[in-house]
Design a protein around this ligand. Structure first.
Ligand code: FES
Ligand SMILES: [Fe+2]
Length: 450
């Protein structure tokens, strides 16, 4: 059977063609098997650095972290550290390096500074990148500093509240590079969401193993069997977009077709009903009615809670639109929250990566409102959005307290990395539930060749 005739789920067959919800037109990515050296080789990682990381728009952080003039955050990628800051001329990005002798300027991950003072010889720079003062300038020959060496700027743009940076000399147009249709991310009000948890943990695998694991729902039944009661893993709609972007719509509040019991409103569904403002004890439907009930209830209470769902269709109120942007991001889009995950390469070791997650929440004034349980926020998390939590850092050996499902992934990914090393393993074989992986690799190969 060819890829376009293999049956894959469609969430809403009545979605108008061309709408965001509609199944996207088929993209033929062939059936090739790729070599596996990309998961181990330093040369390959170096090529990725040159052709992908330094040439792509990358998500550096959230606009909601830059509120007052002088607010800044650092984005660490490979060997680079980048300052993203709100100046009186808007958001700008600079390499975090002093133009004198290359010392790093800023060390704190976030803060507010209108002047950056270098810790080495205290040259200083305005936050718009201009040189402010050279210490003992009279001791420099004029021609050495006559060009007033400021900070090196790089491209930086805000799209839907998400800050992208690009190190390329001539970056491609951002919207086109993202690959998603206009209005896709904008509908979720991510610009109004606040970071309520931020975790950067180190995992023992190549960054692509991370991307791959989160780009399919095929492994849910085996690695995360407890999701069976609440996720329609076999009903997932997979969509491919230009430039390596992709999506899976994971129906939530729905029992997996793999489960024997399709009727009982199990404990997981009860929690989801509760999260949506429905009392599970007085709920009269069966498991098959839960997803729809969640949609109706969320739509009804949106106005009272001050949540704007006007741009979201019913399916978006219940489901996760897990959205991938090439090269290294997946955003779990939900009406009340977003779960942003980035897979960042280790600067030297191709068999490690950083899994960096930001949990974003639309602030709700109602004191009775509880953020949904799926977000897995540790007890005591401030969900008001009033205080920006510090980033939690975890090494390979530490437990990042990411909740059951993500801990299962963290434990399993190094096993996959190890297994791929075997002489007996000849390269991955992807099914159509894994079509996003193929799409990702086709784009990666295209970039590496280009
Ligand atoms: S390296 Fe920054 S002032 Fe010398
Ligand atoms: Fe997983």
């Amino acid at each position: 059977m060819s890829a376009d005739t293999i049956p894959v789920a469609i969430i809403n067959p009545d979605a108008p063609a061309g709408s965001l919800e509609a199944k996207q037109p088929h993209i033929d990515n062939g059936a090739e098997r790729y070599g596996k050296e990309g998961y181990f080789s330093r040369d390959y990682a170096q090529r990725e650095w040159e052709k992908v990381w330094t040439q792509s728009w990358l998500i550096a952080g959230m606009a909601s972290d830059l509120v007052k003039e002088g607010d800044y955050f650092l984005f660490e990628i490979g060997h680079e550290s980048i300052i993203v800051t709100l100046t009186d001329e808007g958001i700008r990005a600079f390499y975090n390096v002093c133009s004198h002798r290359g010392a790093r300027l800023l060390y704190e991950e976030r803060g507010n500074k209108k002047v950056f003072v270098c810790p080495f010889h205290s040259w200083s720079f305005h936050n718009n990148g201009e040189l402010r003062r050279i210490t003992d300038e009279e001791t420099f020959q004029e021609q050495v500093v006559a060009h007033r060496p400021g900070l090196t700027e790089l491209a930086c743009e805000n799209h839907a509240g998400i800050i992208f940076i690009c190190m390329a000399d001539t970056p491609p147009p951002l919207q086109e590079a993202i690959g998603l249709p206009e209005g896709y991310l904008e509908g979720y009000n991510i610009d109004k969401m606040k970071v309520v948890r931020h975790v950067r943990s180190e995992w023992g695998a190549n960054w692509k193993v991370g991307v791959e694991a989160f780009y399919e729902s095929y492994h849910l039944h085996a690695v995360h069997p407890e999701t069976r009661g609440v996720m329609g893993d076999l009903n997932v709609q997979y969509d491919l977009y230009p430039n390596g972007a992709s999506r899976m719509i994971v129906p939530l509040g729905q029992v997996s077709p793999r489960a024997h019991d399709q009727l009982t409103v199990n404990e997981g569904l009860q929690i989801m009903l509760q999260d949506a403002g429905i009392d599970p004890d007085s709920f009269e439907g069966t498991a098959a009615d839960v997803r729809r009930a969640i949609q109706v209830s969320k739509r009804e209470r949106a106005e009272r809670l001050g949540l704007d769902y006007s741009k979201l269709v019913d399916g978006q109120l219940s489901d996760s639109w897990a959205t991938g942007i090439f090269p290294n991001v997946q955003i779990g889009c939900h009406p009340e929250a977003a779960f942003m995950m980035r897979f960042l390469p280790h600067p030297t070791d191709p068999e490690r990566f950083y899994y960096e997650t930001m949990t974003l929440l639309l602030p709700v004034e109602d004191p009775d409102y509880c953020p949904p349980g799926w977000m897995g926020l540790p007890e005591g998390t401030d969900v008001t959005g009033k205080t920006r939590p510090a980033t939690e850092h975890y090494t390979l050996e530490e437990d990042a307290n990411l909740g059951l499902v993500l801990s299962q992934d963290a434990a399993f990914l190094p096993v996959v990395q190890q297994g791929m090393r075997s002489r007996g393993f000849k390269g991955q074989l992807w099914g159509e539930q894994e079509q996003r992986l193929r799409h990702f690799h086709v784009e990666l190969e295209r970039r590496l060749a280009g």
